[in-house]
Design a protein around this ligand. Sequence first.
Ligand code: FMN
Length: 186
Amino acid sequence: MSLKKIKVHPYLIPKPVAIIGANIEEKANFLTIADLCTTGYKIPRFVISSGKGHYTNKGILENKEFSVTIPSSTLVKEADYVGIKSGKKVDKSKIFDIFYGELKYAPLIKNAPITHSCELVENVDFGDTHYLFIGEIKETYVNEKVMEGRIPDIKKVDAFSYYYDNNYYSVGNVIAQAYKVGKELE
Ligand SMILES: Cc1cc2nc3c(=O)[nH]c(=O)nc-3n(C[C@H](O)[C@H](O)[C@H](O)COP(=O)(O)O)c2cc1C
């Protein structure tokens, strides 16, 4: 295979789609984020990259709390909507069926397979376009219907990813066993 050097771009494939929630002036607001990752297990955290112009940032910075929800494909329209409309212009508080857990400023989504509440522990500001919010996960709620033994079942969660061709893709099939298939090269 010959490799072509192209313009630098943070290609990450696949990119999960998550919905971030925060309270602003006592109202829930949500936005879509595809630039996110997790770090740590003992102290589990989400790291999200949010453009500085986003309305949701106001709530995250003021209350130091936010939610991270993994939507299933049945929520694709809503997930797209909160990613194209700003809370500065429209009221997005009624788009999802919401509830609050222990964190009173992190609106959680009831009709999603997985929803987490987070406490903002750090905001990394490189001084350019995006904030990097690091949130410690305080609570995780999983729809009982998607649980399979100890963990959520990937097919039942039915999450989707965003791709640079501006389409959403569903999660595919098992191709090999993790922590095992590599041993074939031993
Ligand atoms: C599929 C998708 C992924 C997105 N990913 C990000 C992202 O990772 N970071 C970001 O800052 N904005 C992202 N956006 C844009 C925001 O979700 C969007 O601008 C949103 O309307 C901001 O809402 P707010 O102003 O109410 O906070 C994404 C939008 C879509 C549709």
